[in-house]
Design a binder for this molecule. Structure first.
Ligand SMILES: C[S@@+](CC[C@H](N)C(=O)[O-])C[C@H]1O[C@@H](n2cnc3c(N)ncnc32)[C@H](O)[C@@H]1O
Length: 359
């Protein structure tokens, strides 16, 4: 539901197209929020007052890293670019607010080794900007294709990279949060245990698990591993982009990722900001859950496409998993295919010489 796109904010043709506009321009305005075509450093500086935000939920770009080859220059450049955002994050967050950053890893160009940039960012945010690491999450994308193909498929010297880091940071050690908001169904084995009862005994680890363990609380406390395929197709968004000849954002969140943290960390009417909004998935989730929101995106084409998320009242209808979607993802325990008769020799050179054909 686009409530208004104020004409006085129309940037006209003389605005820079590549570096973002000089001033933030509202492109979407709804009941609860606004999405701006803006460089979010400017947007936060001009439109977001001190200590007014409950949650910054975002996924910054990480393409910068791939351009560099050796040493830590990639990470250093990234940190230099990120610092102005970090200064605003500390300024705009309420004392009990949270900053949640989804960030993918990056491989060093031409090498089968990885950049440390996201860990350097984490350390910088904690050491220079006084954030606390409330918890780290791992987002496992079960549909991730094997990559980089050179190391994974051809030389067979690395395994598939299928998790992103999600850092949950806070200004104090006590950000507001409740895991009661993100409970998950009990596993079959836990349900069996609840039916047959559990006798208190020491585990092999030495932990003494009390009778309380067999109390049925209705649902389980989830781990910090989030399984979500990014094959989600928001047909309203996709159709709008297709109909209007706008590019579909290539790195969209599955909506369960921002929804998990919006539920865990905010109450209705709280303020959520996504400064690297892309297709505005965070804004859509916040709108549906009745949280106020501000999104900023530097590429105008993506904000224009994001309008497709707010075209109808459907945005207010909760999207729940349907029967056709898997209820749970399974991952095999390591070792199921281990067999002493198979003994593939390891390449002595660590895979430096490319095999003539993959095997
Ligand atoms: C990983 S994408 C975010 C995708 C988003 N989570 C979604 O669901 O569509 C990062 C976005 O940040 C945008 N961006 C990069 N620098 C920016 C800046 N200075 N201000 C605002 N947006 C920026 C990029 O154009 C890109 O669309």
């Amino acid at each position: 539901m686009v409530l208004s796109t104020p004409p006085e904010n129309d940037p006209g043709d003389d605005q820079p197209k590549n570096g973002g506009p000089q001033e933030p321009f509202v492109r979407i305005r709804t009941l609860y929020g606004s999405a701006y075509w803006a460089d979010s450093v400017n947007l936060m500086g001009e439109r977001v007052v001190d200590e007014s935000v409950d949650l910054i939920m975002t996924s910054p770009p990480f393409g910068l890293v791939r351009k560099k080859e050796y040493g830590n220059a990639d990470a250093d450049d990234y940190l230099a670019w990120f610092r102005p955002f970090a200064s605003h994050f500390t300024r705009i967050l309420k004392p009990q607010g949270s900053l949640v950053i989804d960030i993918g890893g990056a491989w060093k160009s031409g090498l089968p080794t990885k950049s440390l940039y996201q860990y350097e960012l984490l350390i910088t945010l904690c050491k220079e900007f006084d954030f606390h690491l409330a918890q780290e999450f791992f987002w496992w994308n079960p549909s991730r294709l094997p990559s980089p193909a050179e190391w994974v498929n051809i030389r067979r010297i690395r395994v598939k990279d299928a998790v992103n880091n999600i850092f949950w940071l806070s200004k104090t050690p006590w950000p507001k949060a409740s895991n009661r908001r993100v409970l998950t169904p009990y596993s079959q084995s836990m349900r069996n245990l609840l039916e047959t009862g559990y006798r208190s005994k020491k585990r092999p680890s030495g932990h003494d698990i009390s009778e309380n363990f067999s109390t049925d609380n209705g649902a389980a406390i989830p781990p910090n591993l989030l399984a979500a395929a990014n094959t989600e197709s928001n047909s309203q968004y996709l159709k709008y982009c297709e109909d209007n000849n706008l590019p579909i954002h290539p790195a969209r969140f599955p909506s369960v990722i921002p929804e998990y943290f919006v539920r865990l960390l905010t109450d209705p009417d709280d303020m959520v900001v996504d400064p690297f909004a892309g297709s505005c998935t965070t804004g859509e989730v916040a709108e549906r859950l009745g949280r106020r929101w501000i999104c900023g995106e530097i590429e105008e084409k993506y904000v224009l496409g994001a309008q497709g998320r707010f075209q109808s009242n459907d945005v207010n209808k909760p999207k729940r998993p349907t029967q056709r979607e898997p209820k749970a993802y399974n991952i095999h325990s390591p070792g199921l295919l281990w067999d002493d008769t198979i003994d593939v020799p390891l390449p002595e050179d660590g895979g430096r010489i490319r095999p003539s054909k993959s095997h």
